[in-house]
Design a protein around this ligand. Sequence first.
Ligand SMILES: [Zn+2]
Length: 256
Amino acid sequence: MVIGRRVLGESDRLVDFYTLEFGKVRGVAKGARRVRSRFGSALELFTLGELVFFDGGRSELVQVDHFDILAPFVGLREHLERLGQGAWAVELVGQLCADRDPHPALFRLLVRDLGALEASGRPAWTSVCFALRAVDLLGHRPRIDRCLGCGRSYPFADAALDIALGGLVCAQCATRADAWPVSGNAAGVLARLRKLRWDEALRLTLAPPLDREMVALVEWMIARLSGRSPRASRFLGQVRRPLARVAEPSAPPAER
Ligand SMILES: [Zn+2]
């Protein structure tokens, strides 16, 4: 899967792939930017394909020989919110995975996520389901059964998520500024999503305020885990602002 690309020199392209067998691989596609490139349009973001590369072993970069399209996920490019969510998903994988560290379950999850996003009427929710599963697979599943500061059992009031500690903390223990408030309902959704199958999770509907809380919580979580705010989050912020204005003309600014 093409998860990132940039221009290299006059006619080449540097392409980040997330692969089933090798994990994250960065390759040089020689001549990919020429009009009559043998790669055609295969190296677009999100394209799933069969990659043949040459690894000389002397640098981190491999040489891309062939990339034959299996699924282009063109539906993502026809809708701004889906495009943004797809970009967020591949950026998440690019940020949270080390090079050459294969993770077949995460690869399959990413493919399923982009497939779901293509047809999703709720792309932000699809991303919540994807990101929480991805975080679990990568060993960052937050603990939601007790306060990781003092050990008291959840539920307690004013819970917050502390990523450095790896789970919920109570108000007394949340001394750092770096914790995100988690309502009882949101903690309930986190627990519930762990029990649901992928397709069941996608179908789960929440009241709009809780839905927004989950989206904000998960975006914050991923930004903290990757150590920076994903570029796609800024894009999504720009996409959402005008949409929010159309959808909720009377909502006070504090709710957004
Ligand atoms: Zn505590």
